[in-house]
Design a binder for this molecule. Structure first.
Ligand code: PMP
Length: 360
């Protein structure tokens, strides 16, 4: 077996350097003689870490000053309910673009809190594969409190690469593509992400919220999900997930050492291109997504004969290529190639796929 490469969709691989650093300082953090797990979130040393993490994220994403960065509980799905409760009233209308499975869950959750949830468009089949309805076909509402979309659908491997140009504040679920390439944050009202792909441990989430959208939560919003409270309390209204915050801080520092998001973006595009080029060059493997809508983070692929799926996964595992099983809703295979996946992992996967095809 070669070096293991973990293609899991999330929780996903973390940079080896980060894991090693966490291990080395696990029992004695910051020369305090105790673990970061054991220290108060109000301790000045932890506050310094928390503030540095926020600053590093601001630097990496070039987040303008009129945005709050919130470190939240409850992962991506927690934000599915936080968004409507914080950004819309119960009688509001909100627009959702249905890009795939995670969009559908977000829509279902929004319906609990907002009376009019308008789905403006959805996935469509084109000659070149699956795509998202183009903007000119969207049925936008007159006065939507916000427009929500998921620019990278993790299960479907489908992406909306162009930022929608709509009048309502734009809300994006970037759980699986945050920090993957340069982004103009100023186009958005809210960006949120569950942490377990490009940031850190699961159960943790980051929300980046424009100031003017704060101050109007619905009356029965649970306090830990209240953006306005969390902004005021610097995400420490209650005890935050300190270990997740710490690990995320290490990942942000690692990203800076890699040359930031511009460098990551180049690498991510190169990794994805290599994998898609190989899949497209083969009759044995296929990807169901229109090339203009392909994700650079999650690459689903099918074998020509699905009876070989089990054998493929078993041999891949044996070769040290882990986590390649597609989502249980769609089957097939999926290679998630987030920031922490080196080019060597994609090379090893392509080599394995080529060999598997040859022997099949
Ligand atoms: N949104 C997207 C795009 C996701 O990929 C996921 C999880 N894979 C979620 C939301 C849900 O995240 P969580 O499991 O942290 O609630």
């Amino acid at each position: 077996m070669g070096a293991p490469f973990n293609f899991s969709a999330g929780p996903a691989m973390l940079p080896a350097e980060v894991m090693k650093q966490a291990q080395e300082e696990f029992l004695n953090w910051n020369d305090l003689g105790i673990s970061v797990l054991e220290i108060s979130h109000r301790d000045p040393a932890f506050i310094r870490l928390a503030e540095q993490a926020e600053q590093d994220l601001r630097d990496l994403m070039d987040i303008p000053d009129n945005y709050r960065v919130l470190f939240m509980h409850g992962g991506g799905r927690g934000q599915f309910s936080a968004v409507p409760q914080n950004i819309a009233g119960p009688n509001s209308t909100v627009d959702y673009l249905n890009c795939g499975i995670w969009s559908e869950f977000a829509i279902r959750e929004a319906k609990k809190y907002v009376q009019h949830v308008n789905v403006v468009g959805a996935a469509v089949q084109t000659d070149q594969g699956k795509a998202i309805a183009s903007a000119d076909a969207w049925q936008l509402s007159e006065n939507a409190a916000y427009f929500h979309y998921c620019p990278n659908e993790t299960v479907d491997g489908i992406a909306v690469h162009e930022i929608p140009d709509v009048a309502a504040p734009l809300v994006a679920d970037m759980s699986s593509n945050i920090l993957s390439e340069p982004l103009d944050v100023s186009r958005f009202g809210v960006i949120y992400a569950g942490a377990q792909k490009n940031i850190g441990p699961s159960g943790f989430a980051i929300a980046i919220v424009r100031d003017d959208l704060l101050g109007h939560p619905q009356g029965n919003t649970s306090t830990i999900m209240d953006y306005t409270v969390q902004a005021k309390e610097r995400s420490m209204y209650n005890t935050p997930n300190t270990f997740a915050w710490y690990l995320s801080a290490l990942v942000f520092q690692w990203l800076k050492r890699q040359g930031g998001i511009a460098a990551m973006g180049q690498m991510n595009h190169a990794k994805a291109a290599k994998l898609y080029d190989f899949i497209d060059s083969s009759d044995f493997y296929s990807n169901p997504v229109n090339p203009n809508y392909r994700s650079i983070m999650n690459v689903p692929f099918l074998l020509a004969d699905e009876r070989l799926d089990g054998e493929f996964l078993q041999q891949a595992q044996h070769a040290g290529l882990l986590g390649l099983k597609g989502h249980r809703f769609v089957g097939g295979m999926r290679a998630s190639i987030y920031n922490a996946m080196p080019m060597a992992g994609v090379d090893a996967l392509v080599e394995f796929m080529r060999e598997f095809e040859r022997k099949a």
